[in-house]
Ligand binder design. Structure first.
Ligand code: GLC
Length: 798
C-alpha cells in the first residue's frame, strides 16, 4: 500500500493520497526561520530556536493529527461551501475532491481540485528573510464567473514554548494583537521587541486576530465560524489567544487564475509593511522561489551518481543529502517528535551530522565545528547538550539570549557537569568531524584558529582535537578499556563506573584520523605520542574484548561482561562488531567472525537489530536500555543510525554484496509500497524501525532528525561507491555488488569537477585495476586539479 511517489524530475515526493496514517513532514527555511510542515499543512514556525523563538502554535501528538497549521480556506460565496487547499483541516470527502501535497526541497506545495476550482498553495521561506511566503493560485475551471472568498489562518504562539503550553496566567494576558493597513501584528507585552506578523499582497475585506472569534465556540479548524459566515469579525484584543486570518473575496472569470501572496513573519507591523511591499511584486516572489531551487541545485551538484540501483540513485542524489543537511541546520529539537521542549545542539549528534555534510554546506559545517569546540571543556569532554547562543567569545551566556528568557530566576550560566554525567563519546566525534571538513575543503589553516573552551581558556583547533583524545586516554580502567561514563553513543547504556568497548574502538578510530593530520603537518612528536596510545588500546582490546565469537559491548561497574554469549539476553551488540572493524582495530579473522555473527543473529529484511536477544528484565548495571519494551528504540529495535557503520565495516572487508544488502534493506525508497507496515515517510530515514520482538515489527518511527541520514550518505558515497577525499588527493576504492557492470559519479571537489566512470567487467566487489585521469594512467590518489576544470576519470575494477 502506498500514499505517494517520487517525482525525480522535480525532486519532489508527491502524496496523492492524503489520508496518511502519520504526518509526512518537510522543513522550510535554510537560515533563521524554520517551519516544520506536514502533508496536511499542519505544523509550526519559529525563528532561531524552537524553544524560545516560536511564531506559530502547534498541539503536538494531538487528535486529530497535526493541528493547527498554516491554512488557506476557500469559500464559494454563492453556495457557502468551503474547503481548504490542503486536505485537512476541513477534510472534504476524498471521493469528491482531489488533493495532492508535493514536498520539495525547502518548499511544500498543496494542490486541490474541488467544486470547479483548482487551487494551489506553495509555502517556502526565501533566503535572506525571516518570512514564510504562501504563494496561492486559484483557477476557475467552471464555465461561470465565481465569487470565492479566501481566508488565511495561523494560530500565534508565545515566543517561549514553556509559557505557551503551561503558564496561561502569564501567557493569556501578556499577548495582544492588532491589524492596521492590512498587517496583523501579534506581540508579547513582556517582551515588546518580539512580534510576529501576517499580511498579504491584497487589501483584506475583513480580518480576525482573535482565535476564538475566527473559530467560534464548540468548533475547530474544521468548521471555523468566520469561514462559514463568509466574513471575519475584525477582531483584535490585548490578551487572549491570537491568530492571523485575512479574508478577501475574489471574482474569478471562467478560465481565469488569481494569485495571492500571504506572508507570515517574525517582526512587528513596520517589518510587515516592508515585507508586504517587497513581495506584493510577484516577480520578486518568483525570483525568491528560483533562488531556493538554485540553492539545492548547486549544492546537490557536488555529488550526483548513476548506479544500477534506482533507489540508491533517487535517495543519494536528492533525499539523503537533503535530510543530512537539514540535521546540520536544525539539529534534533524541531520536529513533530521533539516539539521544542529542548533547544540547542546535541554534541555527538551535531558532530556526526557535519561529517556527511561538508560536500553540501561547508560554511555551515565550519560554523558548527566552531560552536562544538566552544562547547568543549578544557578537560577535553564536550557538553552533551548546549545552546551555541550561550557560548560566545566572551563566555557571557546572557549576551546572546533573548531577554525573554532572562526574567525570573532562570539560570542561564554554562553548567559544567561532573565526570559521572559526561558522555564518553561526545568529543571524540569532533576529531572525525574536523578531519572530514579539512579533507573536503583543504582549509588547513582552520587548524590554527583559536577557539575558546566552555569553561576557561582557549586553544587552536588542532589543540582542541588533542584535548578530546587526551580525555579518552585519561579515562580508562586498569585493563586499558575506556570508561563508559553516563553513556557512550548509546544513550541507554549507562555504565558509570563500567567500561565501553564502543568508546574504546572510537578512540582508536579518532587517533588514526588525527594521526593523518599530524603526519600531514609533519608533527612527528604528536604522531609518535598518539600512535603509542593507539597501540596500547589495540593490546588492551585484544586482551579484554574478544568473547570467543564476537566482541563484547563492555563491562558493568561490578565487572560483569556485557554482550557475551554467556548471558541469556543482550548477548550480541551490533556496534561492538562494526566499530571493532570500522575503527581498523580488529584483526581480519576476528573481523570476519564478528561481522558474520551480526549478519546471522541481527539481520532481517528491515535491517540490523541493535542487539540480540532483547532485554526483558531491568538491569541497571547495563542501563536504561533494559527498561524499554522489547523491539523498541535501543532495546533491540532496528536502530537506523548504526546500520551504515556495519555497511562501512563490510566495505572495509570487501564484501560488497552484503554491504549493499544492508543498504537496500533500510532504504526508505524501497518501502514506498508497504506503508501499511512502515507508516513513516519513505523519503526520510527514521531513528528506528520496530524490531522483530515487537508486534509492530517493521514500523519506522521518528523521521528526519536522526544521524542515520548522514551516516547512510557517508556509507554509500564514500564506501560503497568509494570516492573519498583525503588530504592529498581523491581516493577511488568502491565496494559494490558483484553483479554491477558499471556506475558513474559526478563529484565536485576543491573547485573542480570529476566525471568518474567505473567499469566492472570482471564482476568483482572490490579492487581497482587502473585509473585514467584525462586519458593518462595514474596510480594511487587523484591529485587536486585546477579549480574550474572538468576532469574525466575512467576506473577499471578487477
Ligand atoms: C538518539 C540520540 C543520539 C544517540 C542515539 C542512541 O538518536 O539523538 O544522540 O546516540 O539515540 O541512543
Amino acid at each position: 500500500m502506498k500514499y505517494g511517489y517520487f517525482d525525480e524530475k522535480n525532486r519532489e515526493y508527491v502524496i496523492d493520497r492524503c489520508d496518511v496514517p502519520v504526518s509526512f513532514t518537510n522543513y522550510l527555511g535554510l537560515e533563521n526561520m524554520c517551519t516544520v510542515i506536514s502533508h496536511n499543512s499542519g505544523g509550526y514556525s519559529f525563528k532561531g530556536s524552537p524553544e524560545y523563538g516560536r511564531i506559530t502554535r502547534f498541539r503536538p501528538n494531538g487528535v486529530p493529527l497535526d493541528r493547527p497549521g498554516h491554512y488557506v480556506y476557500l469559500r464559494d460565496d454563492e453556495t457557502g461551501k468551503y474547503w481548504t487547499v490542503s486536505w485537512q483541516p476541513v477534510g472534504i470527502d476524498l471521493k469528491e475532491a482531489e488533493y495532492v501535497c508535493r514536498h520539495g526541497l525547502s518548499y511544500s506545495k498543496f494542490e486541490c481540485k474541488y467544486n470547479g476550482i483548482i487551487a494551489e498553495k506553495t509555502l517556502f521561506v526565501p533566503l535572506g528573510h525571516d518570512v514564510e511566503l504562501w504563494d496561492v493560485k486559484v483557477t476557475n475551471t467552471s464555465d461561470r464567473k465565481r465569487a470565492i472568498s479566501l481566508f488565511s489562518y495561523v494560530e500565534f504562539s508565545l515566543h517561549q514554548i514553556d509559557l505557551d503550553n503551561k503558564d496561561f496566567q502569564m501567557g493569556l494576558y501578556a499577548s495582544g494583537s492588532s491589524c492596521t493597513e492590512g498587517v496583523i501584528d501579534y506581540t508579547f507585552f513582556y517582551h515588546p521587541d518580539m512580534h510576529h506578523f501576517m499580511t498579504a499582497d491584497f487589501e483584506p475585506d475583513s480580518y480576525d486576530c482573535v482565535r476564538d472569534e475566527f473559530i467560534g465556540n464548540y468548533r475547530s479548524e474544521s468548521n471555523p465560524a468566520a469561514v462559514e459566515n463568509g466574513r471575519c469579525s475584525n477582531s483584535s484584543k490585548l490578551g487572549g489567544n491570537h491568530c492571523g486570518s485575512l479574508h478577501k473575496q475574489f471574482e474569478i472569470e471562467p478560465g481565469q487564475t488569481i494569485r495571492a501572496v500571504l506572508m507570515l513573519g517574525a517582526g512587528g507591523a513596520e517589518q510587515g509593511k516592508k515585507t508586504r511591499k517587497m513581495f506584493a511584486d510577484h516577480s520578486v516572489v518568483d525570483k525568491a522561489f528560483e533562488q531556493i531551487k538554485n540553492y539545492w541545485r548547486s549544492r546537490l551538484a557536488n555529488y550526483q551518481c548513476i548506479t544500477p540501483d534506482e533507489g540508491a540513485n533517487v535517495m543519494l542524489n536528492t533525499w539523503t543529502p537533503y535530510q543530512a543537511a537539514t540535521c546540520v541546520t536544525w539539529s534534533r529539537f524541531a520536529s513533530f517528535i521533539e516539539v521544542g521542549g529542548r533547544t540547542g545542539l546535541g554534541y555527538r549528534d551535531t558532530a556526526q551530522d557535519t561529517i556527511s555534510s561538508s560536500y553540501l554546506q561547508p560554511d555551515k559545517v565550519k560554523q558548527r565545528l566552531v560552536e562544538l569546540m566552544r562547547a568543549q571543556t578544557s578537560e577535553g569532554f564536550g557538553l552533551h547538550l548546549f545552546d551555541p547562543a550561550m557560548m560566545d567569545e566572551s563566555g557571557d551566556a546572557k549576551a546572546n539570549l533573548p531577554t525573554v528568557l532572562l526574567s525570573g530566576d532562570s539560570d542561564q550560566s554554562v553548567h559544567i557537569p561532573e565526570l559521572k554525567d559526561v558522555c564518553s563519546d561526545d568529543a571524540l566525534w569532533l576529531v572525525a568531524a574536523v578531519c572530514e571538513y579539512l579533507k573536503e575543503t583543504g582549509d588547513i589553516d582552520f587548524l590554527e584558529t583559536e577557539v575558546t573552551f566552555a569553561d576557561e581558556g582557549s586553544a587552536t583547533v588542532y589543540e582542541h582535537l588533542k584535548k578530546a583524545l587526551d580525555f579518552s586516554a585519561k579515562h580508562v580502567a586498569d585493563n586499558g578499556i575506556c570508561q563508559g561514563l553516563r553513556a557512550d553513543w548509546n544513550d541507554c547504556i549507562n555504565l558509570r563506573g563500567g567500561q565501553s568497548s564502543m568508546v574504546t574502538f572510537m578512540h582508536y578510530w579518532a587517533l588514526r584520523l588525527f594521526n593523518e593530520v599530524a603526519a600531514y603537518l609533519n608533527r612527528d612528536d604528536d604522531s609518535e605520542r598518539y600512535s603509542e596510545i593507539a597501540s596500547r588500546i589495540k593490546q588492551a582490546a585484544a586482551a579484554n574484548l574478544w568473547d570467543g565469537q564476537w566482541y563484547l559491548r563492555g563491562f558493568t561497574a561490578e565487572g560483569r561482561k556485557i554482550g557475551t554469549d554467556e548471558d541469556e539476553e543482550g548477548k550480541l551488540f551490533l556496534n561492538a562488531q562494526s566499530w571493532a572493524v570500522m575503527s581498523g582495530l580488529s584483526e581480519h579473522d576476528k573481523a570476519i567472525r564478528a561481522m558474520d555473527a551480526a549478519y546471522d543473529k541481527l539481520f532481517d529484511r528491515y535491517g540490523l537489530h541493535l542487539l540480540w536477544p532483547a532485554y526483558s528484565k531491568p538491569d541497571d548495571g547495563v542501563g536504561f536500555v533494559t527498561r524499554v519494551y522489547k523491539g523498541i528504540k535501543e532495546n533491540a529495535s532496528i536502530f537506523s543510525h548504526p546500520n551504515p557503520w556495519a555497511i562501512i565495516a563490510e566495505c572495509m572487508l570487501g564484501r560488497g554484496d552484503r554491504a549493499f544488502e544492508y543498504y537496500t534493506a533500510m532504504l526508505p525508497f524501497y518501502q514506498n509500497d508497504m506503508m501499511e507496515i512502515r507508516q513513516a515517510e519513505p523519503y526520510s530515514y527514521c531513528q528506528f524501525v520496530m524490531g522483530k520482538d515487537h508486534t509492530d515489527h517493521g514500523r519506522a518511527r521518528h523521521p528526519w532528525l536522526t544521524g542515520s541520514a548522514g551516516w547512510f550518505y557517508t556509507a554509500a558515497t564514500k564506501w560503497i561507491l568509494g570516492v573519498r577525499p583525503t588530504f592529498k588527493g581523491l581516493e577511488v576504492d568502491p565496494c559494490v555488488p558483484k553483479d554491477w557492470d558499471e556506475f558513474s559519479i559526478v563529484r565536485k571537489w576543491r573547485g573542480s569537477t570529476f566525471n568518474i566512470s567505473v567499469k566492472n567487467p570482471d564482476h568483482v566487489s572490490k579492487g581497482v585495476k587502473s585509473i585514467k585521469l584525462n586519458g593518462q594512467e595514474i596510480t594511487g590518489l587523484i591529485p587536486v586539479q585546477q579549480p574550474g576544470t572538468d576532469n574525466d576519470v575512467q576506473v577499471l575494477m578487477g
